[in-house]
Design a protein around this ligand. Structure first.
Ligand code: PLP
Length: 443
């Protein structure tokens, strides 16, 4: 891969207009590395306006699971656009009916009713409001490091205290540690079946001194995404479900980032054999356009009276045409299987090559969703945030594009479109190993 000097003149012009005219607050300019400027994207490749090409290991926050501008999605949009663009939720439309049937087809067994959203945050807000109104309870348990969305109704459930404080939004949940085994707050365990966090939650719900009243729901990501690809031990979700059942509370699983084939199964909670009461989906299911939904058990989903919630663009036919095509592609190409198979290759190669790297604390992953946690000191596990940024920059110059996430901003997150082939993945792995070789010299 040729060395890319970024940003080139065209990108620079665009960045400068955005910098001049946009209000602050977006993530675009949050690091010293200039944002990538994308002119077009196809499959797993991104192109910037200066003619540079990047292998995409990010998939636009796990949206482009079936690849950028998949021809089936583009064709569906072009077919739908001249026919009908807007059909508000107060009307009906055949595409809406077809997409409902399709979503029920791919949903876990027992979840057979749908409420629409556009963004992931909206789907989680709907799930939150529904949980509280159905149970007539207010208390929620959420997890340290969780990210459920950026709108007011859900920010209070995000386990990111600083981000809430910046907006003056108070916590709206009781927060407990997520089973982040690499940094286990309880010092680790001998047997993952006995994750102490389950005991901690159990105690919270029984102990009158905890301040937790009657629980409405537990909201959980099956694998924390923005938290830095944090994978709970097997059995964690099913144990959470047992707790919910014991306390007549709902289990709400957020599959917005790690669902739709990302982790080697259609839904990440399948790894634990768990079907939640409510599941939220978004990102990838729209094939690149904003579609989200809550899918749940009939008894819960039929609780609200008509017109309890609404938004003008909830049931947009253009979005639905794209989603329908995207789901068909996912089903026909069984992309979760490619994710499982190539995910193993990716994890094996990265783990074996980086295990002794002085800046790598842990490599973890499920399917094509892998995190490389960077640390300055392997024993103390001091987060290496600046080094992670540097790795990102070196990779960018090589034409590899990935994101950084994590509680401490030190986890390289690898999440390519699930259509990536073995040889493309090997190209990516070679590139990543090279990036870390360069980093080693400076360590
Ligand atoms: N839930 C999870 C797990 C996410 O990762 C995100 C976004 O990154 C959201 C919810 C919010 O989705 P959106 O940005 O579409 O509102």
């Amino acid at each position: 891969m040729a060395k890319i000097s970024y940003p080139g003149p065209q990108s620079e012009k665009i960045i400068s207009v955005c910098k001049q005219l946009e209000g602050s607050g977006l993530r675009t300019f949050s690091t010293e590395i200039p944002p990538i400027t994308i002119e077009s994207a196809n499959g797993i490749w991104l192109k910037d306006p200066d003619g540079n090409t990047y292998l995409d290991l990010f998939a636009g926050f796990s949206v482009e699971n079936i690849g950028h501008s998949h021809p089936r999605v583009v064709e569906a949009i072009c077919r739908q656009a001249p026919k009908l663009l807007h059909c508000p939720p107060a009307y009906c439309n055949e595409l809406r009916a077809k997409l409902l049937e399709k979503l029920c087809e791919i949903a876990p067994k027992g979840l057979n009713r749908i409420l629409w959203g556009t963004t992931g945050a909206m789907a989680n807000e709907i799930a939150l409001n529904l949980s509280r109104s159905r149970t007539e309870r207010k208390e929620i348990i959420s997890f340290h490091g969780s990210y459920l969305g950026g709108s007011n109704g859900i920010i209070g459930l995000n386990g990111k205290a600083k981000a809430r404080a910046r907006l003056g939004i108070e916590a709206d949940a009781h927060f407990v540690p997520f089973p982040y085994c690499y940094r286990c707050p309880f010092g680790g365990c001998d047997n993952q079946d006995e994750c102490k966090i389950i005991d901690y939650i159990d105690d919270m719900l029984r102990n009158p001194a905890s301040g937790v009243g009657s629980l409405a729901a537990i909201f959980v990501e099956p694998i924390q995404g923005s938290g830095g690809v944090v994978i709970p031990p097997k059995g964690f979700l099913s144990n959470l479900q047992k707790i919910c059942q014991e306390h007549n509370a709902l289990l709400v699983i957020d599959e917005i980032q790690v669902g739709f084939g990302r982790t080697g199964r259609m839904w990440a909670a399948e790894h634990d054999g768990v079907v939640p009461d409510l599941m939220t989906i978004g990102k990838g299911i729209g094939g690149g356009l904003p579609v989200s939904a809550v899918i749940g058990r009939e008894e819960l989903m039929n609780f609200w009276e008509p017109n309890t919630y609404s938004a003008t663009f909830l049931t947009n036919p253009l979005l639905h045409s794209a989603a329908l095509a995207a789901i068909e592609v996912m089903q026909e190409e069984k992309l979760w299987l490619n994710s499982a198979e190539l995910g193993e290759v990716l994890l094996d190669f990265l783990s074996s090559n980086l295990v002794d790297h002085p800046l790598v604390g842990e490599v973890r992953g499920k399917g094509l969703y892998v995190g490389i946690e960077m640390v300055k000191d392997k024993k103390k596990k001091t987060p290496a945030k600046e080094e992670a940024r540097k790795a990102q920059l070196i990779a960018r110059e090589m034409g590899l594009f990935f994101d950084i996430s994590g509680y401490y901003g030190n986890v390289v997150r690898i999440a390519p479109p699930l259509i990536i082939t073995r040889s493309e993945l090997e190209q990516a792995i070679d590139g990543l190993i090279n990036v870390f070789k360069i980093m080693k010299k400076d360590a």
